[in-house]
Design a binder for this molecule. Structure first.
Ligand SMILES: [Zn+2]
Length: 260
């Protein structure tokens, strides 16, 4: 697959109209088995409603509680588009309850940048909660039950292929090889032995971190500390076409749903 070689010093690829994507998501869930939670944020206006939005899909006898999030970084459009596609297709295991946050950083998307409109990287803000977005998100998370698994959808503009971070402190059976195997059919895998400064094996990074020792927390460290014992952060390579990255993230999520 041809790399676009566009991303020099940052993401330079396609952007999305986040207000339109969020409207399409709203249409996709309308009339279906979803409950929406909307928390108004100060940065939101009537003309540009950019609230904290989450969707819950209850299941009668939920065997698996699955949490999904996207749109943490405003220069990673594949995540919200993958959330849109998953909601439009609306194919979920009957016994799985789903919690889905389609866009955690809406103002970042308006600016096509990683940080929010105040310049805060939200994915470093989950310990001290200085941003309104992370605060609203954590407040919402505290009202939800624990999850069996959490998936965070991201992109990496420096990567040549898909990879995944696994946080699995109890050494449960790893779903990472299954995720990578499925995604390999639609997107190249990053096979470098070192990814983002972490040792990696076949596109899987298993960071050994003690959250208590980390001054800044990404969402995943909040989740592993408070909400789940198994977390995957899926990273699609932004130097490939947007459709490929969306397919990679959707396929990764589907692989997990199939492996539960
Ligand atoms: Zn990201």
């Amino acid at each position: 697959m041809e790399r676009l070689a566009k991303n020099i010093g940052g993401y330079r690829g396609e952007t999305i109209d986040i207000t339109k994507v969020l409207r399409e998501i709203e249409q996709a869930v309308a009339g279906k088995n979803w409950v929406s939670d909307i928390v108004p944020l100060a940065s939101s206006t009537a003309a540009q409603p950019l609230d904290f939005i989450a969707y819950r899909r209850p299941a009668e006898s939920a065997r698996n509680r699955v949490y999904l999030s996207a749109g943490m970084h405003g220069d990673e459009p594949a995540g919200p588009l993958a959330a849109l596609q998953l909601l439009q297709e609306d194919r979920w295991p009957a016994d799985a309850a789903i919690w889905l946050c389609p866009c955690l950083n809406p103002t970042g998307f308006l600016l096509n940048r990683r940080e929010n409109f105040r310049g805060i990287d939200l994915n470093r803000d989950y310990r001290h909660l200085q941003s309104e977005e992370a605060g609203a998100h954590v407040n919402w998370l505290e009202q939800q039950p624990r999850f069996d698994i959490a998936l965070c959808l991201h992109e990496d503009w420096e990567s040549h292929g898909f990879y995944v971070y696994e946080l699995n402190p109890d050494q449960r059976v790893s779903l990472a090889p299954g995720i990578v195997e499925a995604v390999a059919k639609v997107c190249p895998i990053e096979h470098a032995p070192l990814i983002d400064k972490w040792p990696a094996e076949n596109g899987v990074i298993r960071p050994r971190v003690n959250p208590a020792e980390r001054p800044q927390w990404p969402e995943s460290l909040h989740l592993i500390t408070h909400k789940t014992r198994l977390s995957y952060t899926l990273e699609a390579p932004s130097d490939l076409p947007l459709a490929t990255r969306v397919a990679a993230l959707v396929t990764g999520v589907r692989a997990v749903l199939g492996l539960l």
